[in-house]
Design a protein around this ligand. Structure first.
Ligand code: SF4
Ligand code: SF4
Length: 126
């Protein structure tokens, strides 16, 4: 009973352990992955990120040239970032902003044409 009462008193008199998010935020920890972003100008719409994503939250439509991600389904694992052959994907170590409704990240990309380059032995594709 004494321990119980002293704990209650201690909790009343000490600072609260939680923050008033989103009014108070804390800096991300070292190595935190954070929000997923796409340098769409580098993206080749190859779909590798969509295939690798364990949450299945990326959709690539090559016909419409769109890259979409549902940030509410993303678990920030970084697998797509590691898998992207164009280094288009990256993670910004910040928490996602508070949103009143569910919105997709929808970007318009472009399928890059392969460039042929001349070599000493002939023509080689890049
Ligand atoms: S973000 Fe990277 S892996 Fe995903 S479609 Fe674009 S180029 Fe491919
Ligand atoms: S960070 Fe993980 S969960 Fe989020 S889109 Fe990439 S692979 Fe999917």
């Amino acid at each position: 009973m004494f321990t119980f009462t002293s704990n209650i008193l201690k909790n009343f008199l000490s600072q609260r352990a939680t923050r008033r998010y989103p009014f108070e935020t804390r800096s991300p920890f070292d190595g935190a992955r954070g929000m997923l972003l796409n340098h769409i100008e580098k993206c080749n719409l190859c779909s590798i990120c969509a295939v690798k994503c364990p949450s299945q939250c990326i959709t690539v439509d090559r016909k419409a040239s769109t890259w979409e991600c549902d940030p509410f389904a993303c678990v920030y694992c970084g697998i797509c970032v590691d898998a992207c052959p164009e280094s288009a994907l990256y993670q910004k170590p910040e928490y996602r902003q508070v949103a009143e409704k569910r919105e997709m990240i929808s970007l318009k990309g472009e399928i890059k044409k392969k460039v042929k380059k001349e070599t000493d032995n002939g023509i080689e594709s890049e």
